[in-house]
Ligand binder design. Structure first.
Ligand SMILES: *Cc1c(COP(=O)(O)O)cnc(C)c1O
Length: 392
């Protein structure tokens, strides 16, 4: 039986043509028409004023923190349910991540956040002081986990009230958006000061590796470009007045990205359709449920987070092993960040739900080129694990 991976790219559009163009014209390096075009088209797609390409999602987050003036020894609020990069970048700035719990959608629990800000922090001349650690909290990085939009309305309201910068980790949620009452859309990544995207191989669209930052603020976008291109203050004499980074995306990568972006609506449609099919095929198994799309949002459905109840002999890791035996890849949710060694000296605020979900979430195959028959095969395997007959 063919191996069914969790999430792999689909490169059947103009990727080869655009990359061939880079080779033919010998524009292969870190400037070129595809870089500017990819930036322009991505900004248009999410309705942002500016976009700056960079080498990956991690560097996007790192430079965003630097551009927003994060100071060493300060704190940055990070959800404990995320990929390690969200917290690592805080360490890159010699600051401390401060971990918050998740809600039932696996996103930042805004009620707990508000309670924490109100009762455990104090406004001082230097900024918002965390009374538990004595450190100044400077920013917050909400993550749109698995593509599902976090409650940005509340997060932005609280950030404004407490003078915190918002950097969105939208690396998993390109295309996910909020539906306004007037029928308009507001895309994840465009609600904070800066939004960060990733084009790693497993993300919704890929450039092999790559990233992008979007912002509505021109000064911020100039600062992001400056920091990602070695902080060069004189093009000819190579004068640098600050430490910068070589975080550029190449023209070849951008060529792939542009071709991928042309197909994004199709990818999202396929992802959403396959998720519906999974739900339909598994709705008889009461031990299973899916993370739900928050109200008034439309997710890109990047990952299909399955909630597996522990019941008797049956549990998440048992299901994962069964799928593996049948050559189907699945993956548990990340180890919570507050439990990871590099952050043992960080403060975390009443983590409960994240601990509850830690052994229950399983991601199942969700590639944008997944066929209906693939979904049926996974569902049949899951039915077998629970001793039910396949419904297909
Ligand atoms: C993928 C991802 C990143 C990092 O992106 P890279 O392009 O792999 O560096 C950061 N945060 C989250 C939540 C991610 O899923």
């Amino acid at each position: 039986m063919a191996y069914l991976p969790l999430s792999v790219p689909s490169l059947k559009g103009n990727e080869l043509r655009y990359v061939s163009d880079c080779i033919a014209t010998e524009w292969v390096s870190s400037v070129g028409a595809y870089v500017s075009q990819f930036e322009k088209k991505l900004a248009e797609y999410v309705n942002a004023n500016f976009a700056v390409a960079c080498v990956n999602g991690t560097s996007a987050l790192h430079v965003s923190l630097l551009a927003s003036g994060i100071q060493p020894q300060g704190e940055v609020i990070v959800p404990t349910v995320s990929f390690i990069a969200t917290a690592n970048v805080v360490k890159y700035c010699s600051a401390y991540p401060l971990f918050m719990d998740c809600d039932d959608g696996l996103n930042l629990d805004v009620e707990k956040l508000e309670f924490f800000l109100k009762n455990h922090c104090e406004k001082t001349k230097l900024g918002l002081r965390n009374k538990e650690t004595g450190r100044i909290i400077q920013a917050i990085i909400p993550v749109h986990v698995f593509g599902y939009p976090a409650d940005m309305k509340t997060i932005v309201r609280l950030a404004t009230e407490y003078h915190l910068t918002v950097i969105e980790d939208a690396t998993e949620s390109l295309g996910s958006h909020y539906l306004n009452e007037d029928g308009g859309k507001k895309f994840t990544g465009t609600l904070g000061l800066i939004g960060c995207f990733s084009f790693n191989g497993n993300k919704l669209i890929t450039t092999g590796g790559g990233g992008m930052m979007v912002t509505q603020d021109q000064k911020t976008s100039q600062r992001l470009k400056y920091l990602t291109t070695q902080a060069k203050d004189d093009e000819l004499y190579f004068v640098h007045n600050e430490v910068g980074y070589n975080y550029r995306l190449t023209n070849i990568q951008a060529a792939v990205g542009l071709a991928q972006l042309e197909q994004i609506d199709l990818f999202i449609e396929t992802k959403r359709k396959n998720l519906s099919l999974y739900k339909k095929l598994l709705d008889n198994i009461e031990e299973l449920s899916f993370i739900e799309e928050p109200k008034n949002t439309r997710s890109n459905c990047w990952h299909y987070a399955l909630i597996v109840a522990n019941s008797g002999e049956k549990n998440r890791d048992g299901l994962m092993a069964c799928l593996k035996e049948n050559h189907i890849e699945s993956r548990p949710i990340w180890r919570s960040l507050h439990c990871q060694k590099p952050f043992h000296d960080s403060f975390s605020f009443h983590i409960e739900k994240a601990n509850y979900y830690a052994d229950k979430i399983l991601n199942i195959p969700c590639s944008s080129n997944l066929r209906e028959t693939d979904v049926e095969r996974v569902a049949a395997c899951i039915q077998k694990y629970y001793g039910r007959h396949s419904r297909t």
